[in-house]
Design a protein around this ligand. Sequence first.
Ligand SMILES: [Ca+2]
Length: 458
Amino acid sequence: MRGLVRALTLGSVATATSVSPAFADGGADPWDVLAAYCSESDLECTTAKLSYAKTISLPVAFDFDTGWVPQGSDLQVRFFLKIPASTTVELDGALETTWPEAMTLATPGGTHGLLKFDYGLELGAKAKLDVAVVGVPVKWEGDIPYVPKVSFHLAAETTFAPWAFAPTIASATGKSDKLRLFEVNLLDMLGIPKQLSKGGVALDVSGDLTAKYQTERIRIEPAKVTEKPITSATGTTTRSFPGGAFVEYDVFPEGRVDYAGTLHLVPTFFVEVLGKDFNIPVVDIPVSFDIGKQDFVFDPVRVHVPLPDLDDTVTELDFGSVDIGESKTLSLSLKNVGEAKARATGFFDSAAPKAFTAVKPEVLVASQAAETFSVKFSPTARGKVSTVLTLVTNDPDERFIKVALSGQGLGGSPADAGAPGAGEAEADGGCGCRAAPSPSTAGLWVLALAALGLRRRR
Ligand SMILES: [Ca+2]
């Protein structure tokens, strides 16, 4: 009801920007996404785009950076230590709400999925110089010598097609550059000057980390205990529909990222002769480590689904008496108090007389508007006729509206009406055509006539 009042208020001030359905998606909406009909012709299906992004940083994530200091000085320095430890997952898709079996919900996946992570360590110190030495400008920027520099990243990113339900999960593997943890110059220990040659053993380390993302379920709230989440790409679920001008759902995926990492410790012989390097890796000692599992519960996206909502209509139309050959048209008003376009298509009972026809079999009613559905009565026979008009609508909780139609044909010659027994027309459906007498009935007529004849002869 609140939404309806709001819609009306919006409608009165924002007619210039009116969009289908009915009102604009203003800035202060209590919902995130406004659903719209799936197409101009499919008025029992709405779709709403969903997109999610979440970055989870582990508690070890750390970022320290002095920036260039001091400000405005000829000589500036910068120290930084970063321990990145974060994973980002982005997903998109849609919520499709369909009826008449209200409400059937599906969440087709979109086109954008991203899995990105960065774990590692960065340490460094830089200096910047911009001075004039005896009139000659000197500009320099670089690493400060003797401060250990570390840049060790286990990082990767991959794109995938959402939602990545098992078994089509998303996987990304990042490998780090090799990092020399330390080296021992054995030649130096033997007294060979290191300017000439150095050699010894070193320990290199590299790593790889694989992250696998999967969506485990897409939750759609509110949900009763029996109303399940969606757990597969083509899965659907249903929610009971209380009726009204709209419905709102909070939709969010619940997924997880599993990590598996390996550090490769590689002892290496190295020889450097006259500035030329030779490295001879000895053995790779893999050490697997476990970051474990990280739950990814995305923030809910509230979807507002505007719906058609046809108000109560009349339940009968009595055309009264109409001369055969003449016609009379009566209309009933279809009021749409919903937020989306309504549609009603008229059908007459199959046994109906041709006396009733719809002026226009399908009527579309804009949100907050009313239209008339007109029925023409053109009796072809004398007597009372009646039938039922069924309006098949796209109102999720009022699929069928039944209207009793009745009228009476007047005039015409009695022969046209098939006398005797014109009054019986109503009893056999008002079609004006009497059933052919059965042989036994015909026999009785013959007997009766014969009896009359006998009586006259006396
Ligand atoms: Ca309704």
